[in-house]
Write a protein that binds this ligand. Structure first.
Ligand code: DUC
Ligand code: ZN
Ligand code: ZN
Ligand code: ZN
Length: 466
């Protein structure tokens, strides 16, 4: 039995903040006691971590990553090995990645392929959502089976015609099925049919630079798709989770639905909170580094996203980590923005960027933990093991130094990608030590984890609904 004691820190969960000693036993949180009282209680440990002057927070839950993801004529550059190691460095101890159904093939085949990519490779725990590329009688039946096995969320695309796109009828059928089996439909809400027309028109007019990616993927077309997805979910009687919300007008659609009491949820990502179309318009081909979908928006949209995060019209911040190297990958789209692989790296920096948001006064410290840990855990059926610090929970803990400063850079990050979307950005706050199920995976800024430590975590259904 290994015992670790994390002493004297300010323990921050979504629910409360208290100075406490945390006793970890056999991978679980065994007990919490008032800071300094563990000696009097006779608690002993193999390892004592002094967290004085630090926060002790739950390990982050990143509910949206794409490791080893074939997309845009190439594959995202982080494997499960490199990606989960970078996650650990950034204080994220659980990732939920997207297994992909290949069109015309069984969901099971896609899921098996993702298990094969991840098994024995991960530094932290992992789970899967499933991307539904086909909606038909067979895949709907498989959906029921997967929910029963702990894969409880399914992503559909209103964008990318010819690739992942589903039409409204297919979406409605999948939502009806989810209403029956308890699954959660996750929606990429952009009107891909209209966007494709604008893409072709832009290219024909010689508008080929990266910034046109942002211009053709209009905010109104995100809002329209968000509205349509909400109405389809209402008709089906199913809950809905909209991924990577970036447009103010889309937040308004979610807020209006929630004001009606509908079970509609939304996620945004750090790139929409901290970056903008100014980045897409950087000189030469630099803007390609910032091509993702939904796209970065003009700065003015950020206020609505922060407001949504404060009012709970948006519940989750995840990264949509989908890295492509500038050299050789993003470069596929030189001379044609529509060929730039869509995606940004970010799994390592979510906890830090959201802590910066605390420092900047956008959110409270507890909301930081709610958005990054507790809410994604409950949304995707990982609570009470993940997302909080409480007796019986997995000992996924981060000792966070709120006063240390760092500068984000590709020269120091651990993601397998040749640029940083946040190059030169100064952050107040830094991950110091990270425990994953009691094992120290980052020890005072040294990686002490192990490839293969991370386990697959089956999930329950969405815990916002019961
Ligand atoms: N958007 C991205 O930017 N990358 C992966 C898939 C997606 O929808
Ligand atoms: Zn998407
Ligand atoms: Zn509201
Ligand atoms: Zn994604």
């Amino acid at each position: 039995m290994t015992r670790t004691l994390v002493q004297g820190g300010l323990v921050v969960t979504a629910a409360e903040e208290t100075y406490a000693d945390v006793l970890v036993e056999d991978g679980k949180v065994a007990a919490l006691a008032a800071a300094g009282s563990s000696v009097a209680r006779g608690w002993t440990a193999d390892r004592v971590i002094d967290a004085t002057g630090r926060y002790v927070v739950p390990g982050g839950v990143d509910a949206h990553t794409h490791f080893d993801f074939p997309f845009g004529g190439t594959s995202s550059s982080d494997t499960f090995e490199t990606g989960t190691r970078a996650a650990a460095w950034g204080g994220t101890t659980t990732v939920v990645d997207f297994a992909v159904q290949t069109r015309g093939r069984a969901l099971r085949e896609g899921l098996d392929a993702w298990h094969a990519k991840a098994e024995g490779k991960c530094a932290v725990d992992y789970a899967f959502h499933m991307i539904l590329s086909d909606v038909n009688e067979d895949t709907l039946k498989e959906m029921d089976l997967l929910v029963g096995e702990g894969l409880t969320s399914f992503k559909l695309f209103m964008a990318y015609p010819g690739v992942f796109y589903s039409d409204d009828g297919q979406i409605l059928r999948a939502m009806q099925r989810a209403a029956g089996n308890g699954g959660l439909v996750m929606m990429h809400a952009e009107n891909g049919i209209a966007i494709d027309v604008l893409v072709q028109q832009a290219l024909a007019a010689g508008r080929t630079a990266p910034r046109y990616h942002g211009e053709v993927r209009r905010a109104l077309l995100e809002a329209e798709a968000t509205h349509r997805a909400i109405q389809l979910a209402r008709v089906a009687g199913s809950p809905l989770y909209v991924v990577h919300v970036s447009a103010e007008e889309a937040v308004a659609e979610l807020a209006a639905a929630r004001d009606k009491g509908l079970p509609v949820f939304g996620e945004t990502c750090p790139q929409y909170l901290f970056l903008s179309t100014d980045n897409l318009a950087e000189p030469g081909f630099e803007g390609a580094k910032y091509v993702c979908s939904t796209p970065l928006r003009p700065r003015e949209h950020q206020a609505a996203l922060w407001r949504g995060l404060r009012t709970d019209d948006l519940q989750v911040v995840s990264t949509d980590h989908c890295p492509f190297c500038f050299s050789g990958q993003k470069e596929l789209g030189r001379g044609d923005f529509s060929k730039i692989p869509n995606g940004l790296p970010g799994v390592e920096h979510r906890m830090d960027l959201l802590h910066q948001a605390v420092v900047d006064g956008h959110i409270t410290r507890r909301r930081w933990i709610e958005l990054a840990c507790a809410a994604p855990a409950r949304m995707f059926g990982l609570a009470p093991h993940k997302g909080t610090i409480a007796p019986g929970a997995d000992a996924d803990l981060v000792v966070y130094d709120p006063r240390a400063t760092q500068v984000l850079s590709a020269t120091t990050h651990h993601m397998n990608v040749d640029y940083s979307a946040y190059e030169g950005k100064e952050i107040t706050g830094r991950v110091e030590t990270v425990l994953s199920r009691g094992e120290i995976v980052i020890d005072e800024r040294r990686f002490t984890g192990r490839t293969g430590h991370g386990r697959y975590v089956p999930r329950t259904t969405c815990q916002y609904l019961s």
